[in-house]
Write a protein that binds this ligand. Sequence first.
Ligand code: B12
Ligand code: SF4
Length: 498
Amino acid sequence: MLLYLVNPSNPLVSISLNRSSYWNRFRLWKPLSLLTVAGLTPDDWEVSILDENLGAIDYGALPRPNLVGITAFTSQAPRAYEIASRFRAGGVPVVMGGIHSTMCLAEASLHVDAVVTGEAESVWATVLQDVRAGALKRHYDGGRATMQEIVPARHDLLPLGYAFGSIQTTRGCSLNCSFCSVTKFNGAQYRQRPIPQVVEEFKSIPESRVLIVDDNLIGRKPQHLERAKELCRALAEAHTGKSWIGQTTINIADDEELLDLAEKAGCIGLFIGFESVTPEGLPELGIKSAMLSGRNIPASVERIRRRNILVVGSFIMGLDSDRPGVGRLIADAAGRYGVDNMNVLFLTPLPGTRLWGQLREQGRIAMDAFPEDWKYYTLTYPVARYKYLTRGQIIREMNECNSTFYSTASILARLGHNLLIGRNPLFTMVSNLTSRRNSTLFAAVYEGLWHSGATADGLELSQTSGLNLADVWETWAQRFRQVAVALKLRVAWLFRQP
Ligand code: B12
Ligand code: SF4
């Protein structure tokens, strides 16, 4: 029996826009969901993972499978449905799982033969048996898995060529931020995998750099912090030779022992959500605001950075308290906080979140021609109606924010600071150049949106510069090719396999 597991691409996501870019290979991540589903698949099925982010797939040239499984975040849903329709037209049953089909079961059911909602561990074997018996049901609900049910992901299945492997050590988050799907999907309980299992799986990852996908590596309670320390100790003792990046809340900075252990365990970067830089914005998020308000953030960030750990600060633009000028405000705050890299995303009502309920009730979802418009739900498009900012204004704020933080002078200042504190500045440089390039490309894409008349709700148009995406792309491609030639050797050395 032949099974294809497909990760659909979204042409609007930057990695797809810049496939030829050297730098964006550092942003190409493995679809861990599919590696996990493959791990749950019995041996009598032959499994292939097809990741459209690696390049276009000629499905017609592939052997006909017995079953196709598709995963999708919301932003991948339109493409997922296209792929499903292609296979279904040839009589191949299609099963869809993942966050989007869980949150939008009725919609997904219109496009596929069966939907698996929730986590797949408890139901996937049944789905496969039903396919064999020709008795596939329309819906299977996996609910939430016990940590004992989680099997190692099939890290062997995808080709080399990804810059990072990935692993998950915990599921769930109790913070339930208004804009985030995690608590709804994975639950509020912080479920932790047994550490010896995690270490064994970590060792089996072929890549020398790993993304730990946990939404919050350190949880919320003292026993979660202890568990994070245990994990770091175990990884350090295993001498895996790998480095990793993870996601956490800023309170990791309060525990010097944990920071030391993380560094020893190979941590080279942390994504931290600061979300809002104003005291009015924080309460809009929910309980997480308590962790951020009143904190000396620059000192916290500095403690992390002294460990040779890169800090990527994530911020949201478009909160109800955000007014014109917010772009500059965020860029200045990110600079003051001392983060190495800044990631600013438009407030986006993802289906199933509290924010979705609120904005929908208020008639503030602007891009709502679903399922087609889901492709804009990448957090890089202003899909809502923002309280004090028209669409044109919020885009100008975003462009202003990125061009301030990623100006040549600011990048050089950050590299200088790295040298000053004795850190290798190359990681910061690569991440800054990649972000700067992508923000420039997005600025051009926003222009394209206006030209194509995608201003259906009559919001203000931005000024046009006369540039088109192809021109901007070509200019930047040329500049980056030149820089890449000069830096490739240095970067290859930095990211060398051990
Ligand atoms: C790692 C990660 C990424 C990575 C890698 C993604 C990848 N290629 O897999 C990167 C950084 C690229 C990324 C990007 C984005 N992400 Co992201 N990401 C995550 C994160 C933290 C972990 C995902 C993961 O690997 N989980 C581990 C696996 C094992 O769990 P799983 O995916 O849930 O899979 C299980 C089930 O869902 C189910 N399942 C899944 N697929 C399938 C398929 C079949 C056939 C079956 C049967 C079952 C099944 O079975 C699996 C095992 O139980 C999640 C948060 C989370 N906790 O899920 C956010 C999350 C998925 N991301 C999110 C978002 C919004 C994005 C972005 C759109 C925006 C952004 N800037 O972050 C982008 C765009 C991506 C795109 N291509 O369009 C949202 C998605 C919400 C939504 N409704 O779409 C999440 C939920 C976070 C949030 N704050 O809400 N992301
Ligand atoms: S802390 Fe992170 S994972 Fe948890 S609810 Fe908030 S944004 Fe989501």
